[in-house]
Unconditional design. Sequence first.
Length: 351
Amino acid sequence: MKITLPGLIDVHTHMRTPGQSHKEDFYTGTTAALNGGFTTIIDMPNNTVPITTKKLLREKMDIAKKQTVVDIGFHFGSLGNNLEEFKKVQEKIFGLKLYLNQTTGGFIIGKKELTKIYEAWEGTQPILLHAEEDVLDMVSEIVKKTKKKTHICHVSSKLELTKIAKAKERGLPVTCGITPHHLFLTNNQEKKLGVYAKMKPYLKSKKDVDFIWENLGYIDLIESDHAPHTIEEKETEAPFGVPGLDTTLPLLLTEVENGKLTVDEVIQLCHTNPSIIFNVPTSKKTFVEVSMEEYLLTKRDLKTKVGWSPFEGRRVIGKVKSVVIRDKKVFENGKVLIKPGEGRVIYPKRD
Ligand code: DOR
Ligand code: ZN
């Protein structure tokens, strides 16, 4: 059986270029996107030199323009010392990403900077936060005061989802996303997967994961947090992060087959809501054909440069057969049919 889906949108990816192109570049990363049914991705700013000026954003966009095979947009970064750059980039970027906990790149800020940034941000696009556990209390306080649209990335625990649900019920302009690894892995699997299960936020207990599945109604979207690191890096420095673009859709469609999700919910979480929340342009002429066949996920199913996944060895259902972007077939049977750079750098829709 085959199904047709609208082009999926992943608002949380790390393409690693410029700076760490040995982990991923815009061609390999966007090829992994097509292989996973994503026709639009948004890239995060935690490059080795964080993307915190208009000039750095421009340079990154120029590289992406030459390499991408999908629609690609960008989030901007801040450590609290680039407030004058906000106005210059606010129409060009999909969100402002801030880190309130330690993770790859180490671009962490505290309450003082966070408050300053929230007050200075006048863009209409959301502020995205890496904010784990009790840090969310400080976030609620600031969002309540400033009323700025806020997206909480990668919810991972019962505590976090409970705090976000409360904020939503109080009418705060808050949305949230979940990653496939926080939906499909628990800290029980850390023993077997070792460093390949090391990411931020850390994997949580089965109880946490069950709670999230039972309360999926509070989750607005699925974000892969595609965060490639090479096998060698994982084995030596053990950095945080796992790749996800290739594997997100088959993992979700397997749960459709198991009756835990519907195809409509997958579309809502991976297309409609990301498009609404981040003003991502879409086209009715962009779609993905998926064969609902069952197979064992192996390295051969991956296009990411790093060539590994924490989900290798799983039986999954759903293989992307072809992808059409604006009426043009761009991917078929594992092969990209267009040249690097024939994708587009995109900007948020204006109302
Ligand atoms: O596991 C993670 N990896 N979490 C993050 O927040 C960052 C990401 C990365 O860039 O490697
Ligand atoms: Zn991330």
